[in-house]
Ligand binder design. Structure first.
Ligand code: MRU
Length: 373
């Protein structure tokens, strides 16, 4: 049985059929609050401030942001302006551009008077599709987990490590990295998740721990720095992470710290999988390290930390000597060669240009080109 918390949607259209209700992820896990978005500015702000976050979810929120913008003004100029405003909210996850381009291509040929209804119905379709797509990732990933379980002593759980939150609140319902875990749990397979805290914003500690707990999936929180140690001692059977941008040859940008886990996994022969949807692939790029823009975030996220005190009051405290300089790269890139496989809605493939192109029915990216094709 799922608790009400476990089924709280990260985004839905309000009963008025116009405004959009989101779960404010900046307040989790201490407060479950729904926020209503009525305007383009509010949608852009929700993405920028990470009230909504995770690659899939920011794409769907942006799609609804276009619908909200067109309600105020359905002209060509307003459509272009909304596209530009939403696109600059966060730079790394390519799902944002994918969803915005898709909306613009769908809406531009229509007469302005028909655009609002069409925008809402396309955004709603994206939302529904995301649920089905993530479920499909879950099914493909489940086959991998079943196979790995055969190597575990009878009755012993499969120990999955994940990083950040590529969970059901970063998408709609299943998550990407968590989808195979939820499917395995649903099937009654013994599974245990190592949740890495994900400094500096702690999406693992705050969000993944919250949603796994809500669905009754056994898990243990570990400091980010513990990953190599756990792998070295044979305590991790597989790593599954999500993605913010995957290049045409299979390099993957994901939350900062993912790359270190991939390096440790390679050293200790732990399979390292990345789960994502087709909208996360940037077919214009090959070399992720050179080509993927990495979000630079406030140093304050490194020097300070937020939680609740003994009275449940939300407090921010400083960790460092006052004025300590800090740098805060939001993402890193894991080269394809460190990745065992890519788990997508279309199946599992190797992290290579040929395998990805085959899976998505695209021409194979040219070799030896610069960062942009
Ligand atoms: O900065 P965030 O919290 O938006 O970063 C999220 C991640 O890195 C996720 O792993 C990724 O977006 C996949 S979510 C389906």
């Amino acid at each position: 049985m799922r608790s009400p918390v476990a089924s709280q949607k990260s985004l839905r259209l309000a009963p008025d059929g116009v405004s959009v209700l989101i779960l404010d992820q900046t307040l989790l896990p201490h407060e479950v609050r729904t926020v209503r978005l009525r305007t383009l500015a509010q949608a852009a702000r929700a993405i920028r401030t990470m009230q909504v976050r995770g690659s899939n979810l920011i794409g769907v929120t942006a799609a609804f942001g276009i619908a909200l913008a067109l309600r105020a003004d359905p002209s060509d100029a307003a459509l272009e302006a909304a596209h530009a405003t939403l696109l600059e909210t966060r730079p790394t996850a390519v799902n944002l551009r994918w969803a915005l381009d898709l909306m613009r291509e769908h809406l531009r040929p229509l007469p302005p008077g028909h655009r609002v209804a069409a925008a809402y119905s396309r955004a709603a379709a994206l939302l529904d599709e995301d649920v089905a797509i993530n479920r499909s990732i879950g099914d493909h990933g489940l086959a991998i987990l079943r196979r790995l379980l055969r190597d575990r002593p009878a009755g012993q759980p499969l120990r999955v490590m994940t990083h950040c939150n590529a969970g059901r609140i970063a998408t709609l319902d299943w998550g990407t990295a968590t989808a195979p875990v939820y499917r395995a749990h649903e099937e009654g397979l013994p599974i245990h998740v190592w949740v890495s805290e994900t400094r500096p914003r702690n999406q693992g500690a705050a969000l993944t721990a919250w949603e796994l707990g809500g669905r009754g999936v056994p898990h243990t929180l570990v400091a980010d720095n513990a990953a190599g140690h756990l792998m070295q001692h044979g305590l991790v059977d597989v790593v599954i992470v999500g993605a913010d941008r995957v290049t045409a040859r299979g390099d993957v940008a994901n939350k900062i710290g993912t790359y270190l886990k991939a390096l440790a996994a390679r050293e200790h022969a732990v399979p390292f999988y990345v789960a994502f949807v087709g909208g996360s692939v940037d077919w214009t790029l090959r070399d992720g390290v050179r080509g993927i823009p990495i979000e630079q975030r406030s140093p304050r996220e490194v020097t300070h930390i937020t939680g609740v005190d003994a009275d449940g009051r939300r407090v921010e405290v400083r960790l460092t000597p006052e004025g300590t300089p800090a740098r805060n790269d939001g993402f890193d890139v894991t080269p394809a060669r460190l990745i065992t496989g890519l788990i997508t809605e279309r199946g599992v493939c190797r992290a290579s240009a040929a395998a990805l192109a085959r899976l998505y029915g695209r021409p194979v990216a040219a070799r030896g080109s610069g960062p942009r094709l």
